[in-house]
Every structure is written in structure tokens, then in C-alpha cells.
Design a protein around this ligand. Structure first.
Ligand SMILES: Nc1nc2c(c(=O)[nH]1)N[C@H]1C(S)=C(S)[C@@H](COP(=O)(O)O)O[C@H]1N2
Ligand SMILES: [Mo]
Length: 185
């Protein structure tokens, strides 16, 4: 009986090292996939029959950069206190700068097409993310964003602090973000 403990330990250690456990070691499920004109990829093509949401929206790629919640949380976080929705109460959002996420993916295109679960899409020039400290927010008021709410991530713009964004409406505040395509035009 006692002799089985080292065996179990060895099995557990082996399991911890096996490829099947890597997604957990890497921080749980992927919440964001950046595809299109990206050079720093970490996954291959869309898998037919296994990635129905990509297929539903006609998202096709040979390679892409995927990010887990933990991976995005481990990047430098920026906090933005801002009213959202427009005219609402101030909220405190945190997350990585969008430009840092795009840089991590090796994004080389001009435009980011940001897609949400519900099919809502916004085409945003990459320069907007250079000119403004926009974040891919993962938390609101200290709580991780939930799916069903704004989660897994929402684009948050510092419109109350960045004079050039004053009066911006909510159109580019995409919630439920799960994919970003980098395109040349
Ligand atoms: N995923 C997603 N994000 C979105 C929208 C949407 O329909 N889907 N609508 C945008 C607009 S136009 C506004 S005014 C705000 C609030 O829209 P909502 O009431 O549909 O959340 O979210 C913005 N972000
Ligand atoms: Mo809107």
C-alpha cells in the first residue's frame, strides 16, 4: 500500500509534464486570438469542426497568436477610471494596453478588426492604439469581467482623461471581445 505512493507521485509528476496539461500551466482557456497579419504566432490553423465560433463568423487563419486570461493578466496592467456606458457611473477598469497585445502578436497591419461573441465588430486603425492608451480591460471595479457581462474583455478608452477623446461615444467600446484580425486596409 505504502509503495504505491511513490508510483502515484511519479504518475502525477508525469501528468504535470505531459502536453495535455500545458493549457492549464499556461493559464487556463484562451480568451483572445489575434490573427491575420501577425508574425508572432503560437498556434496553427482553425480546426474544422472543433472551433465552431471561428467558423460561424468565417474567421479563417493558417496561424495565430492566442492569449490566455492569465497571460494577458501577467502583462503590464493599466488602470482607467472612466464613465461607461456614456453618461453612466465612473468605473475602474484594468488590463493590458491594446498596443502591447498587438506588439506581442507581431501585428504588422494597419487596421484591427475587433470581434465580439455577439458578432459585433469594429474596424479600428492601429494608429488609434498608438495615439491613445486604450486597454483590453479584464477587470471592472476589481472583479474579472464575466462572460454574459462585458467579458472576457472589453475595449476601454480613457475618454475622461485624454482630451482628444472627450465626448467619444460607445461605438468602439467593444465588449465580449474574443478575436482581433489584423488587416492591411
Ligand atoms: N459586443 C458588443 N459590444 C458593443 C455593442 C454591441 O452591440 N456588442 N454595442 C456598442 C454600442 S453602440 C454601445 S452604445 C455600447 C452599449 O451597447 P449595448 O447596450 O448593446 O451593450 O456598447 C458598444 N459595444
Ligand atoms: Mo451605441
Amino acid at each position: 500500500m505504502l509503495r504505491s505512493i511513490p508510483v502515484l507521485l511519479a504518475a502525477a509528476l508525469l501528468a504535470a509534464c505531459s502536453p495535455a496539461s500545458e493549457p492549464f500551466a499556461a493559464g487556463g482557456p484562451v480568451i483572445l486570438t489575434v490573427y491575420g497579419d501577425v508574425s508572432d504566432t503560437n498556434r496553427g490553423p482553425v480546426e474544422p469542426g472543433l472551433e465552431p465560433l471561428f467558423e460561424r463568423y468565417g474567421m479563417d487563419f493558417a496561424a495565430a497568436r492566442s492569449f490566455t486570461f492569465s497571460g494577458l493578466s501577467a502583462m503590464e496592467q493599466t488602470e482607467i477610471s472612466v464613465t461607461y456606458p456614456d453618461g453612466g457611473e465612473p468605473q475602474r477598469f484594468t488590463g493590458p494596453l491594446v498596443r502591447d497585445v498587438l506588439t506581442a502578436a507581431g501585428a504588422e497591419g494597419e487596421t484591427a478588426i475587433v470581434s465580439a461573441f455577439d458578432g459585433y465588430q469594429r474596424q479600428i486603425p492601429g494608429a488609434r492604439f498608438e495615439d491613445h492608451d486604450v486597454i483590453l480591460a479584464l477587470t471592472r471595479n476589481g472583479e474579472p469581467l464575466a462572460i454574459g457581462g462585458f467579458g472576457p474583455a472589453i475595449l476601454v478608452w480613457p475618454r475622461d482623461d485624454d482630451a482628444a477623446l472627450a465626448g467619444q461615444n460607445d461605438d468602439d467600446w467593444v465588449w465580449g471581445v474574443f478575436a482581433i484580425e489584423i488587416a492591411s486596409e
